[in-house]
Write a new protein. Structure first.
Length: 255
């Protein structure tokens, strides 16, 4: 493996033994695409002395066969539960392995942050349940979850935006209710969600970024939980023709 000043920049074939890669003591960061030149490990183990790898979005890109994270006892930065990687306090969910077993995953209560790319490429999951404690969901969080049919976003969730490419390529997702309080729908947020037929927006939405609904050719119905006047004030950038063409429905008494 290649290590520069405590940063793991590249993993080699010889570093993976029987499908397992151990992040050694002293590693502080894992660079984007660090696993690009080796077969995907099935398990990644964080040694007791491995520490925070902040600042990078794709440290486990190319780990398409990854089934499990494990954290050695004594590690002060990370924890793992049901094979999913968290910070030690389990307030931040860092990464769900791409080949996680089972079709339904319930994020533990108490999690506040779902990191960038946290579920990227988890194509085997069909349902993900998010607790109301979540206040931040990162860009690309569910990108490429091809099998995802049900995503439960509680209305009490305290996030003000759905990030860039957050649901891109979720081709099995048929409907979505955007939680109350959300103001921004990010760039490419639902791009390529070819089965999306119905979406409900809160009256708080103010801005829908470019290509947020590009390729959503099945979209036919929108419930806007506000007034027609509020809908007309939303900034809708280009590449959202499927959204603007869909039929709008408003709550009774708002016309």
């Amino acid at each position: 493996m290649l290590i520069e000043n405590g940063c793991l920049t590249q993993v080699e074939n010889a570093d993976i033994r029987n499908g397992v890669f151990v992040v050694p003591d002293g590693i502080r960061e894992i660079y984007d695409w660090a696993f690009r030149k080796c077969p995907s490990p099935r398990k990644i183990i964080f040694s007791a002395g491995a520490s925070y790898f902040g600042g990078f979005d794709w440290p486990f890109a190319h780990c398409h066969e990854l089934e499990y994270f494990e954290v050695e006892e004594g590690n002060q930065e990370f924890s793992a539960e049901d094979g999913v990687l968290f910070d030690r306090s389990k307030s931040s969910l860092f990464c769900c392995p791409a080949k996680k077993s089972g079709c339904c995953y319930r994020i533990p209560d108490g999690v506040m942050d779902i990191d960038n790319c946290a579920f990227q490429g988890c194509s085997g999951l069909t349902e993900i349940i998010i607790p109301s404690t979540v206040t931040f969901i990162g860009d690309w969080a569910f990108d490429g979850c091809f099998g995802l049919k049900i995503l439960c976003l509680p209305q009490q969730i305290r996030t003000k935006s759905l990030g860039d490419f957050i649901f891109r390529g979720c081709v099995s997702l048929a409907e979505m209710t955007v939680p109350n309080g959300v103001e921004l729908i990010g760039w490419g947020a639902f791009q390529g969600c070819a089965s999306l037929k119905y979406i409900s927006f809160p009256g708080t939405v103010r801005w829908i970024r470019e290509d947020a609904f590009r390729g959503c050719d099945s979209l036919s119905g929108i419930l806007f939980r506000g007034t027609p006047q509020q809908w007309e004030k939303i900034t809708i950038e280009e590449g959202n023709e499927a959204l603007t063409a869909a039929q709008k429905v408003y709550p009774k008494g708002t016309m």
